[in-house]
Ligand binder design. Structure first.
Ligand code: AMP
Length: 366
């Protein structure tokens, strides 16, 4: 049994504990928010993420530290790692916290990304850059962007001025716009001895910049999945990674283009709770505590729909076949992820039909 300290007390931390408590582990959380969703599954210490002394006290008595969001300051994670293991290793944070560093890292391992220009330091450079990238591009802040925040699509000169007015003054990257057909992600786990396993490739649909639904059908493996697995394996080997990693990709024709990586359990892997024999949360907990991790097998085709901004009527959701409700104990606020619904059904047509019906019943307030 290990005492696991988690930096961040959001829903991901909560679900890590829900998976790890049955293994006999104990969990503590560190988060600035005193009403973090994880407060009911472990002791919660409150404090800012850059307060190293407070974090040192928090980690006292823990056997291993992990994090459930990627904006933990790298220097803080490295200082903690000098005392007890921080897994995944803090160098994974370095790349995932900065979009330009991330793209350079991916490209240096032969993984395709969108073309990009960095840094963008003036409106002149922005206008030139958009032309250079083919006339349509996305201006993004290099750090702290999430759920579509901190980025703007530019299609003409007036878009460029608007984007510069709202984002100028921060560190910026300009990405070529990828006219993708689909978005997919791959969640994988690696243990300290190098054992590597992946969850099935998942198709994701976003709405208002936030993940709306993810779907993984059973037994659908193709060339694309093989390529995604190989890319993620390269990333994990390069970082000597321990734990769960998620990588999001665009699919454009036969091309797989990496968009970003998250050194943690991921929203597009929530379906694994009800669709796989071992879910992403348990896989992460096993890997960071040195317990065996086996190949991850999917038992049922599964979809996940996020509940955003307002709470659903539980009965309406659970009346539909194959549905499971996962609420995060958060108070409603527009744009906030409050929970998710999974549907696991082996008949793909029935699954698609149920998800379409569910999407009408599951709140989306942004
Ligand atoms: P991100 O914050 O990078 O995950 O971007 C959020 C969403 O914006 C993605 O899931 C895509 O739908 C869209 N997006 C981001 N970057 C690009 C790009 N270079 N080309 C086209 N769409 C993009």
């Amino acid at each position: 049994m290990s005492h696991i300290g988690i930096i961040g007390g959001g829903q991901l931390g909560r679900m890590l504990a829900l998976a790890g408590l049955p293994l006999g582990h104990q969990f503590s959380f560190y988060d600035p928010n005193p009403v973090s969703p994880a407060r009911s599954v472990g002791a919660l210490t409150t404090g800012p993420f850059n307060d190293l002394e407070r974090l040192r006290k928090f980690t006292n008595g823990c056997d291993v530290i992990t994090y459930e969001f990627e904006n933990v300051p790298v220097a803080v994670a490295e200082a903690l790692n000098a005392q007890l293991p921080v897994l995944p290793h803090p160098k994974a944070l370095r790349f995932s916290q900065h979009r330009a560093e991330e793209k350079k890292f991916l490209q240096s391992h032969g993984i395709k990304t969108a073309p990009f220009l960095f840094p963008i330091l003036s409106i002149g450079a922005l206008l030139d850059g958009v032309r250079q990238l083919g006339g349509t591009a996305i201006l993004k802040t290099c750090t702290l962007g999430y759920d579509g925040k901190g980025q703007q699509v530019i299609r003409n000169e007036s878009d460029a001025h608007l984007a510069w007015d709202s984002l100028g003054g921060t560190e910026l990257i300009l990405e070529g716009f990828v006219p993708f057909d689909r978005e997919v992600s791959l969640v994988a786990v690696r243990s300290a001895d190098g054992a590597f396993h992946t969850f099935p490739l998942t198709e994701n649909r976003h709405k208002d910049g936030i993940l709306r639904r993810s779907t993984a059908r059973r037994m659908v493996t193709g060339q694309m999945e093989i390529e995604a697995v190989s890319s993620v394996h390269k990333i994990m080997e390069a970082l000597n990674y321990v734990g769960v990693l998620a990588v999001e990709f665009f699919v454009e024709g036969d091309n797989l283009i990496a968009n970003e990586m998250a050194p943690r359990v991921h929203n597009s892997g929530h379906w694994t709770i009800d669709g796989c024999h071992t879910n992403q949360f348990e896989a992460h907990v096993r890997a960071i505590t040195g317990l065996p991790v086996h190949p991850v097998s999917q038992h049922t085709s599964c979809s996940m729909i996020n509940i955003v901004g307002s709470l659903p009527d539980s009965r309406t959701i659970l009346e539909l076949p194959g549905t499971h409700l996962h609420l995060y104990d958060k108070s409603p606020r527009p744009g906030r992820k409050l929970g998710h619904v999974t549907v696991s059904l082996n008949d793909d047509a029935e699954l698609a039909d149920t998800v379409d019906r569910l999407e009408k019943a599951v709140p989306w307030v942004v």
